[in-house]
Write a protein that binds this ligand. Structure first.
Ligand SMILES: C[S@@+](CC[C@H](N)C(=O)[O-])C[C@H]1O[C@@H](n2cnc3c(N)ncnc32)[C@H](O)[C@@H]1O
Length: 241
């Protein structure tokens, strides 16, 4: 069994993110060479949260994406089951977030498990999850639960690591994931095991078309996706019809 399988036990996943919370966003910038900021901008644009809308950012971690949805005018609930990640995010927002004036009061942090969300049916206009679905034990059940809390006609946006569509480049990328990334993490991260898990979980995750099938199987309609950075990341969108 790989570490990715082992650590998918929910309590272990939550504890792992608690342990990396204080440097989580810094490490993301480092290991993605800044690309993560670009990916988040795409998610913000594709979600197109409008003023007055209620958005659930699930597995929100420190709420870095949640802030961008609130900056578009929506009220955003950043929900995660790692209290460490939520605390790091809420502390940052309270102290020094440069967008604070735009987002003040429009991001709220909530503890909750993606497999049994503490929200009523149809509570949100849109639900989104960035780099989180891969970590949810039972992704399909999680997607069905996301649909439950989305109003009829509402939308889903999933941003997740995926497959590079050019095979030789994909091979090089897999080498980066299993060789370079853990080596950098060993030098820069306090919990390098978490980054070995990251590489393993990306390798074990379905490609674009297969993930679209899982989203459909969870009851979502009109599923489409868009590749970013040649497919390193894909954004899937769907509707609750
Ligand atoms: C890689 S982080 C992504 C955080 C954030 N969405 C981002 O874009 O930076 C994955 C997050 O998923 C959360 N997570 C994993 N399984 C979860 C579950 N079942 N319910 C709620 N959160 C979960 C973890 O606690 C962690 O904060």
């Amino acid at each position: 069994m790989t570490r990715a399988d082992l650590d998918k036990r929910p309590a272990e996943v939550a504890a792992m993110f608690d342990a990396v919370a204080d440097r989580y966003d810094l490490m993301n910038d480092l290991l993605s060479m800044g690309q993560v900021r670009l990916w988040r901008k795409h998610v913000q644009r594709i979600l197109r949260a409008r003023p007055g809308e209620r958005v659930l950012d699930l597995a929100a971690g420190t709420g870095t994406s949640s802030v961008t949805f609130a900056a578009s005018g929506a009220d955003c609930v950043a929900c995660d089951f790692s209290l460490g990640m939520l605390h790091a995010g809420s502390a940052r927002l309270a102290i020094k977030d440069p967008q604070r004036n735009k987002t003040r009061g429009r991001v709220s942090f909530a503890a909750g498990d993606a497999r049994r969300l503490p929200f009523r049916d149809g509570a949100f206009d849109a639900v989104t999850i960035s780099f989180g679905l891969r970590n949810v034990h039972g992704a399909r059940d999680g997607l069905a639960e996301m649909r439950r809390v989305t109003r009829p006609g509402g939308r889903l946006v999933v941003c997740e690591f995926s497959r590079i569509t050019v095979p030789p480049l994909d091979m090089l990328y897999r080498r980066y994931l299993t060789g370079v990334l853990p080596a950098v993490a060993r030098r820069a991260a306090r919990n390098p095991e978490a980054y070995e898990y990251l590489a393993e979980s990306i390798n074990g995750w379905p490609a674009q078309r297969e993930l679209a099938d899982v989203i459909r199987a969870a009851g979502w309609s009109a599923v489409r996706w868009r590749d970013l950075t040649l497919g390193v990341v894909a954004i899937h969108v769907a509707r609750n019809l």
